[in-house]
Design a protein. Structure first.
Ligand code: SAH
Ligand code: SF4
Length: 347
């Protein structure tokens, strides 16, 4: 018999499980607290459930855990974790601690949603390795729980910017977000959760219809179809006019600002004309642009523009009334920056 993973279950699922075990309903709340708040991994730590229930849980359920393989710490404090899953696949996630003034201290975890990625973006290390499988809900939340437990901290912000395309693992990603948001679990505010997508148009519409208070980030990276299709194969299926329609719908439905990620690549998408084209594309969309100097990936020849070009691009956007900022580089020295996750042991 396949054991059911408790970390993939919400309160309702646990209530049904208790019913099937002929246990009182309040047991579900207790179990939820152990699994999603205290995040224990050993059944025998669950001291208030009674032996009879414990025995059944041990026999018929499991708690998905990630096997810690290694951790690398960047000089800026960014930490990359490599884990293995039960089927020996690898995933990575990245912790970005911000240590500003006390009120601003926060731990952001960049989590993976899939093993690998099928979308094949030209500049992304994850995309080069192909797609293996979706992560389960339990494997997604386990990334947060494991980092919390290992490093005795509390992740307060979650960004789906690790390996994989979150909107192609829609149900599990949404379930994990609802679990992380649950006030009896980690109680992470929806506003502190970001989904980043390469632009899966029908799924953006589905997400809009759920009307969650999360942040939606779109990986745009080029302002016209001709350029975008060169680096992002997804653009052939969902070109920019369709993507724009979906973004407009998203803003209309949720009243929330969309973030656009734009990786600046030297002599590809970084001149004044491109900035003008970008402003034109964004016209009418309530948004913010993050400019990310592209991170070097293995042998691929994507180069960062120099500082002067980056600031000229920013200035040009601002001249067109577009709000933008340059994203601070994190963890590039340990290959933990955007697009550098491979999910492999690299010595
Ligand atoms: N698949 C999703 C989320 C994971 S990628 C997506 O593409 O949005 C996280 C972010 O890193 C995306 O914005 C992606 O476009 C960006 N990225 C990938 N490779 C990069 C690179 N070499 N330099 C800078 N950003 C990169
Ligand atoms: Fe996949 Fe995102 Fe990388 Fe593109 S940028 S290959 S969608 S992980």
């Amino acid at each position: 018999m396949m054991k059911k993973d408790l970390r993939s279950m919400n309160l309702h699922d646990m209530e049904q499980l208790m019913q099937s075990f002929k246990q009182p309903t309040f047991r579900a709340k207790q179990l939820f607290d152990w699994i999603h708040n205290k995040a224990v991994t050993d059944f025998y730590e669950m001291t208030n459930l009674g032996n009879q229930l414990l025995e059944r849980l041990v026999k018929e359920t499991e708690i998905s855990t990630l096997q810690f393989i290694k951790k690398q710490v960047s000089k800026d404090g960014t930490t990359k974790y490599l884990f293995t899953l039960k089927d020996n696949n690898y995933i990575e996630c990245v912790l970005m601690p911000y240590r500003g003034t006390k009120s601003k201290q926060r731990n952001t975890l960049c989590v993976s949603s899939q093993v690998g990625c099928a979308m094949g973006c030209g500049f992304c290390a994850t995309g080069q390795g192909g797609f293996k499988r979706n992560l389960t809900t339990g494997e997604i939340v386990s990334q947060i729980y494991t980092v919390n437990n290992n490093d005795q901290l509390r992740v307060g912000n979650v960004v789906f910017m690790g390996m994989g395309e979150p909107l192609l693992n829609f149900a599990n990603v949404i379930n994990s977000i609802r679990l992380l948001n649950d006030s009896h679990g980690q109680n992470i505010s929806m506003r502190r959760i970001t989904i980043s997508t390469c632009g899966i148009v029908p799924k953006i519409i589905d997400l809009a219809n759920l009307n969650l208070d999360i942040v939606l980030a779109i990986s745009l990276h080029a302002p016209i179809d001709k350029l975008r299709s060169q680096i992002m194969p997804v653009n052939k299926q969902y070109p920019l006019n369709k993507l724009k329609e979906a973004c407009l719908y998203y803003v209309e439905k949720t009243k929330r600002r969309v973030t656009f990620e734009y990786a600046l690549v030297d002599n590809f998408n970084d001149n004044k004309k491109h900035a003008g084209q970008l402003a034109k594309f964004l016209e009418g969309i309530f948004c913010h642009v993050n400019l990310i100097p592209v991170n070097p990936i293995g042998q691929l020849s994507y180069k960062r523009p120099d500082k002067a070009k980056i600031y000229t691009f920013l200035k040009e956007l601002s001249n067109h009334g577009i709000e933008a900022s340059i994203r601070e580089e994190k963890g590039a020295d340990i290959d933990a920056a955007c697009g550098q996750l491979r999910g492999k042991v690299v010595e």
